[in-house]
Design a protein around this ligand. Structure first.
Ligand code: ZN
Length: 149
């Protein structure tokens, strides 16, 4: 008589679903995101942020991006973003390899969309995070809370 084959009740691959959360934020030809706060469950593995520019103005005039950082770093990142904008010939608004930036999209103008997928590894529900647009002059108004719940 053969020994019974051991069969797992369920596969661990199927039970450990690694979730990805999709978020969409829109802006137009004014200094305003359509969301003043965003939150994602801590059980999410990663987030895909879609940014849509529903306006008509070009990115050199009314460009938008979506940057995520600790709230305490927003001012310094925005300030370095203005320098990057100037030195890059108005093409980028985030300093290259800025370690304070958790995630950021490309800069877009009217009619364009962009997205960024990033991991929530290392982010904490007890930390204060802010999303903002780092186009020169926009961070003061285009910003909101990003919360891990
Ligand atoms: Zn903007």
């Amino acid at each position: 008589r053969r020994p019974p084959r051991s069969t797992p009740l369920y596969s661990s691959a199927a039970s450990d679903v690694y979730k990805r959360q999709d978020l969409t934020v829109e802006a137009g030809d004014s200094l305003k995101f359509n969301a003043s706060s965003l939150s994602v469950p801590s059980t999410c593995g990663s987030v895909t942020l879609n940014l849509k520019h529903g306006g008509k103005m070009p990115k050199t005039v009314m460009g938008h991006n979506w940057v995520l950082s600790k709230t305490a770093d927003v001012g310094a990142i925005a300030s370095d973003g203005i320098k990057a904008y100037t030195t890059s010939g108005r093409t980028i608004v985030v300093k290259e390899n800025d370690g304070r930036v958790i995630a950021h999209t490309t800069l877009i103008g009217g009619g364009e969309t962009t997205s960024i997928t990033f991991s929530l590894d290392g982010l904490s529900a007890s930390e204060s995070y802010t999303f903002f647009c780092s186009f020169p002059g926009h961070a003061g108004l285009m910003r909101g809370a990003f919360t891990i719940i």
